[in-house]
Design a protein around this ligand. Structure first.
Ligand code: GCU
Length: 692
């Protein structure tokens, strides 16, 4: 497939500026390479050649000896390639000498005129791969190479994608068509698409993937057996070439279901042996297998609770089986009681993960990582940061984001999530006093953890453009870039993506970036207000249904009545959730006066007349944001259509259709929400606008 939709941010559009193209061609025409037979580095050079063919109309020649006067030298730092810890340069921030890790690279330009050279040094083949993709980004965004001198390394060790793909070809919470991995209970036959996916992931520095849904059904339970492992090994090989390690989600009850063992009790010797034998078999097929992702005792999935064991018992059993092979257990903390009784005001879903896991701190084996969703609920448009971050100082932690827009418009609405993710990463937990941001917990530095990182639920499928909405490609791109370096700005990432995806026309760049940057606040403004969340149609999670979950058992209430709205999570009168945070966050959230407006209804139940810091009452805020939000959604469509003639017809049409739907749907949201609260409260809109 060759369409602009399909190429995503690897368009490699021809560079029409002749002078610039000549400079690039002179430097890249000859590649002097010493790649020590690294497959990954060779894949990188192949990518470079293809990109040069497309952008510059040249195919670089590869040589081991310097013959040309200008050339591109690519090498793996031989002195310490294994360890990847050789001191070789200054980091890009000028912070002095840094050690080049195995995944790091250095790009340096030397000389001038006809005697120039560009040198790429990778700490390993992977470093070369990331360096080449970095260079290609510079080319595609028409940046000068003269004087280039940068050293980059990923801030986070584990940079992972979680596919929620099922063997039947469906994707749980997938909004971009069927799975690229499976169809009708089997693996798909043409894996070119998987390879292109691997290229996309590697191009933004991602290095791990779990290829099946965390809800592991019947067929997928058998993925860890000889019946499926040979095929999975082939998939692992495709990803391996792009520096990506393969993981599988497993069924905790596998010994019972497929192992012929009468139990799955993690302390049972037969069960433990079964997992060890299974691990041995997996590693026979996939020597560099990453490990297991586990959803246990969550939303009716099996787990250790059934046997009166805790999550440390469960995770450690698997860790013991993987340990001799260097494998990891990524154990999810999305554990809560989804059968709550609404009369019970003390049970609080938001509290659950912390209550379950904090007492287990220090009990997990070294190769266990706990994977924690960014918020305590479930990927809402606005939630506080999970109080688990920082609360476990002796446990490896992975942060989980959701690139798939389950609750944020399902890729029918545009919602650029990088600004939301940045707020999470920059959140100061105060776990070790000021400066204990989430990003320092998940990169392992705050508590000196052995393993750590960031994972996210993918948003891709078989749709031509991968992500359903073409602008949703920016979220996949942005996730990779942000986990590589959480200090990148959301604007900077949006701009990079736009240039690579649509080209360097400055008007186009400004319009698209502006749209992306406005999109999350706009989506928030016409959906559920002030952090209370939910209000979406149960199960599908698309479209407004204010009371859809209010009378169900999942524990996601807003408690709106004629007098007020919000969930009291304070210590004195509520569920006590606020106490799970370190001070001063605990006190700030607990206090009605200090709680930030955008999270007010998450933490407090207030009358509609409560005056926000903005000076508006809660009810007037609801009306205003919903009227403004629907208008702003229409504004996105208008902004986009101003690009007619600049964007190719394929993408222009695709995005126009989605934005037109969004504008209509935003009006629907506005009307449903406004009418609901007008009828509940009886308070009219101060501006007298139409509320049905
Ligand atoms: C959400 C989502 C489910 C998913 C679950 C999880 O609840 O709606 O489809 O399985 O998260 O993260 O495990």
């Amino acid at each position: 497939m060759n369409s602009t939709l399909y190429q995503a941010w690897l368009q490699y559009a021809p560079i029409k500026d002749e002078e610039l193209a000549a400079v690039y061609s002179r430097l890249l025409g000859t590649v002097v390479a010493d790649l020590q037979q690294s497959r990954v580095a060779n894949a990188a050079i192949q990518e470079l050649r293809n990109a040069c063919r497309s952008m510059l109309g040249i195919v670089p020649s590869i040589t081991s000896e310097v013959r040309a006067s200008s050339y591109f030298e690519v090498r793996i730092h031989a002195a310490d390639a294994e360890e990847g810890t050789e001191e070789i340069g200054e980091d890009s921030m000028g912070a002095g000498r840094v050690r080049l890790g195995a995944e790091g690279f250095r790009l340096e330009h030397r000389g001038h005129g006809q005697q120039e050279k560009l040198i790429l040094t990778g700490g390993s083949g992977k470093g070369v791969l990331y360096g080449v993709f970095h260079l290609l980004r510079l080319l595609a965004s028409h940046q000068p190479l003269t004087g280039l001198n940068i050293t980059e390394q990923p801030v986070n060790g584990l940079r992972m994608i979680n596919q929620w793909d099922n063997a039947d070809g469906s994707v749980e919470r997938g909004y971009s068509g069927h799975s690229i991995f499976y169809e009708n209970g089997r693996f798909t036959e043409n894996w070119d698409r998987v390879r292109d996916y691997a290229r996309l992931l590697a191009s933004v520095g991602l290095n791990a993937i779990s290829i099946n849904n965390v809800n592991v059904h019947e067929i997928e339970t058998k993925f860890i057996t000889a019946e499926y492992l040979p095929t999975i090994a082939q998939l692992a090989d495709i990803f391996r070439e792009y520096g990506i390690t393969l993981y599988l989600s497993i069924n905790f009850a596998a010994p019972l279901h497929i192992g012929g063992v009468p139990t799955s009790d993690p302390l049972n010797e037969e069960v433990r042996q079964w997992w060890k034998d299974t691990a041995d078999e997996i590693y026979d097929h996939i020597p560099d297998f990453g490990g297991f992702v586990v959803k246990a005792d969550s939303e009716h999935r099996p787990g250790p609770f059934a046997y009166g064991r805790d999550h440390a018992d469960g995770a450690n059993m698997l860790a013991e089986a993987l340990e001799p092979h260097g494998g990891l257990v990524i154990w999810r903390c999305f554990v809560y009681n989804c059968m709550q009784d609404w009369r019970d005001r003390s049970t609080d879903r938001a509290r659950a993960a912390y209550d379950h896991f904090t007492p287990l701190d220090g009990r997990f084996k070294d190769n266990v990582l706990l994977q924690i969703k960014n918020g305590p609920m479930d990927f809402q448009v606005r939630e506080p940061v999970s109080p688990l971050f920082g609360s476990m100082k002796e446990t490896n932690q992975v942060l989980e984001f959701q690139i798939a827009q389950e609750y944020t418009g399902q890729q029918r609405h545009v919602c650029y999530l990088v600004p939301q993710w940045k707020e999470v990463l920059d959140f100061d937990t105060y776990a070790n006093g000021t400066g204990s941001e989430v990003k320092k917990i998940v990169d392992g530095s705050l508590h000196g953890m052995k393993y750590s990182g960031i994972a996210a639920v993918s948003n891709i499928g078989k749709d031509e453009n991968w992500t359903g909405h073409t602008l949703a490609q920016a979220n996949l791109y942005g996730f990779g870039r942000l986990v590589w370096n959480p200090d990148m700005s959301a604007e900077g990432i949006a701009e990079e993506w736009t240039r690579l995806t649509f080209g360097n026309d400055e008007t186009e760049v400004a319009v698209v970036c502006g749209m992306l940057m406005r999109s999350w606040p706009i989506y928030e403004s016409y959906t559920s207000p002030l952090g209370v969340g939910w209000m979406i149609t149960p199960h599908t999670h698309y479209g407004p249904d204010v009371d859809g979950y209010e009378y169900s058992r999942w524990g996601t209430y807003h408690f709106a009545d004629r007098d007020g709205i919000g969930v009291d999570r304070t210590v004195a009168t509520g569920t006590g959730y606020t106490a799970q945070y370190f001070e001063p966050n605990a006190a700030r959230y607990d206090s009605l006066e200090d709680c930030p407006d955008e999270l007010l209804l998450f933490f407090h139940h207030v009358p509609y007349s409560h005056v926000l810091k903005s000076g508006k009452t809660v009810i007037q805020h609801i009306y205003d944001t919903h009227f403004e939000g629907a208008e702003a959604a229409a504004g996105l469509l208008k902004a986009w259509t101003s690009l007619a003639g600049k964007v190719d017809l394929e993408r222009l049409t695709q995005v126009t259709e989605r934005l037109a739907d969004q504008a209509e749907h935003a009006k629907h949201w506005r009307d449903v929400i406004n009418t609901y609260f007008y009828r509940k409260s009886g308070v009219p809109d101060a501006q007298g606008r139409t509320i049905y």
